[in-house]
Design a protein. Structure first.
Length: 111
């Protein structure tokens, strides 16, 4: 079928469909821009320079509780440190920096 005939038929039967397509394209474009902005933010932050402390861990846990980005076991370890069940040590800080990088890529901005 010719594209013009298809377009004419859609306009005749359901013009709102074309408006919906435009709206969805715009949303897709905005989402892509947001993801690009988040990636650029992550690139500009060197997580090795970020001080991992209990307050940051608590913010990360609260954010991930709502957004569910981290794997469950990663979240659980961070939560255990945040509530004092496990002591914060250098090995955990190293892992939490990796978690921070992941959260930043998904929109965490509470540094």
């Amino acid at each position: 079928m010719n594209h013009i005939l298809l377009y004419d038929k859609v306009c005749e039967e359901n013009y709102e469909l074309l408006e919906e397509i435009d709206r969805l394209k715009e949303e897709e474009h905005e989402e892509k821009e947001q993801k690009d902005k988040q990636r650029n933010t992550v690139r500009s932050i060197n997580v090795n320079d970020v001080e991992i402390d209990i307050e940051l861990i608590k913010r990360m846990v609260e954010w991930d509780r709502k957004n569910r980005v981290l794997e469950n076991w990663k979240f659980k370890v961070m939560q255990d440190v945040a509530i004092g069940l496990k002591p914060l040590n250098e090995k955990l800080k190293w892992g939490f920096r990796r978690n921070l990088r992941t959260l930043l890529m998904h929109g965490f901005d509470e540094l």
